[in-house]
Design a protein around this ligand. Structure first.
Ligand code: ZN
Length: 149
């Protein structure tokens, strides 16, 4: 896919991921700021995390608590403490985009999509590729069957 329109596949900021030590304590703090409880909470086994999503206008804040010490979020917390963990862009044609990024020499964590929160297909770009920012790409389905959140 040599002449793919990368920019055309980028639809917006889906959410910002924030690593926390204690999800229920973090939910309390964030709902004070955001005026209400999270739209959803979910355990995502693939990543060893418990998540809570707060809708904020067009985008979301995702709080992440590790379920196990081997979880990447646990390692992040040990190294850097709580705080912003990743930025997630919503994209169309995730597979094509990954191929285009790979052939442009961008370092990827996932060369093929895997399953993330809300059953969406996601992939991560290595933080070394983006000045220390871990980037998640989340595929927006043309006919979305996602539950409202
Ligand atoms: Zn995320």
């Amino acid at each position: 896919m040599p002449d793919m329109d990368v920019r055309g596949t980028l639809l917006g900021v889906d959410h910002i991921g924030i690593a926390v030590d204690n999800l229920s304590e973090a939910i309390e703090r964030f709902q004070r700021l955001l005026g209400g409880p999270p739209e959803s909470t979910e355990e995502v086994e693939e990543y060893g995390v418990k998540t809570a999503f707060f809708g904020v206008g067009e985008t979301n804040l995702e709080l992440l608590e590790p379920l196990a010490q081997q979880s990447p979020i646990a390692k992040f917390l040990q190294k850097r403490g709580p705080g912003v963990h990743h930025v997630c862009l919503s994209v169309s044609n995730l597979e094509g985009l990954l191929q285009a990024l790979k052939s442009a020499g961008v370092r990827l964590i996932d060369e093929t999509p895997r399953k993330g929160a809300h059953g969406k297909r996601v992939a991560f770009v290595h933080p070394n590729a983006l000045c220390g920012v871990l980037l998640e790409l989340s595929e927006q389905m043309p006919h979305s069957e996602d539950p409202p959140r």
